[in-house]
Design a protein around this ligand. Sequence first.
Ligand SMILES: [Zn+2]
Ligand SMILES: [Zn+2]
Length: 363
Amino acid sequence: MRYSIEGEDKMKKLLCLILTLTMLLTVASCSWFGPEKYYVGEDIAKLIVHFIDVGQGDSTLLESDGEFVLIDAGERDYGDKVLNYIKNRGADELKYVIATHPHSDHIGGMKTVINGIDAENFITVETDCSTYTWTKLLTAVDNNDINYIDAEVGDTYSFGEATFTIMGPLSDGYSGYNNYSVVTKVECGDVSFMLTGDAEKESEYEMVAAGEDLSADVLKCGHHGSSTSGTAKFLKAVNPAYAVISCGKNNDYGHPHRETMQKLNALGCDIFRTDTMGTIVACTDGKALTFSAQDSDLTSYTYNAGEDRSADGLNYIGNQSSHVFHYSTCSGAKTMNEKNKVVFENREDAVKAGYKPCSSCNP
Ligand SMILES: [Zn+2]
Ligand SMILES: [Zn+2]
């Protein structure tokens, strides 16, 4: 009897020792090896884009060669999560902080972030917004001596081995703040990302009309995948291989909207969503792209920039007999009798020709 109690004691001591050693090793490995390193194949990533899961909101952290850029910071409740995420990446400073527009699902958490870590520059577009959250943020920018920059289309900024260029907004006088969103194109080598905030149809049309090179390998979909963004013209111009949608689980707005998903599918995009996958990380060495996601077995999904992609999928097919038009991917277009088919380059042409949109694919 006595023997067995002693045996139990020894076992407990041994277990304690193993537990202590494991804990020590975990703590040591964190401080010895620093934040998680990201690779593209064998090579260390030159640009890492973190689409941080902030529920129904937006927050994107760009990282290159130890320099960091934060675009939006989610609602106020997510400020600490975003700040901790940035610190866990080993950042002690943000080179640029971009507030795309004054809505709280983008800038609510930003005050917490800039009060918790040094920031060099703050970029935004001036609006007449005077909400409590927005004015408090501007006060915090001032109090922390952060350099205020008014976003100018065409201006390019560099961080590490990457750059970002302001693509929009191209005008003002919009109704609502979404179209004022600072739109950025992030580039590293041959790989590019288009990040559009909540920019809607008006801003998208202006960017297409301006004739700038909008093409990008990855599009972070405008306005959480709402149908008010992601016009066919704009999607065709960007022609992304991958689309990332930042939205909350079972959100009140029904984001992403069915129309957006259909258009992205028509483009042949792979679609990644924070509401189903958690935080999504894209890495590039300037040539290839690798994606990983927190709540998904998506671990190394590699695509080579410059792979031939055609945007032909997003045409409009009209039926000359019924005068209804569809996306080329709609079953109504696929099963249509060849002799009735007419192809439209864009929606406007179809409407002008007197065609009505299909009630199922809603082109
Ligand atoms: Zn918004
Ligand atoms: Zn938003």
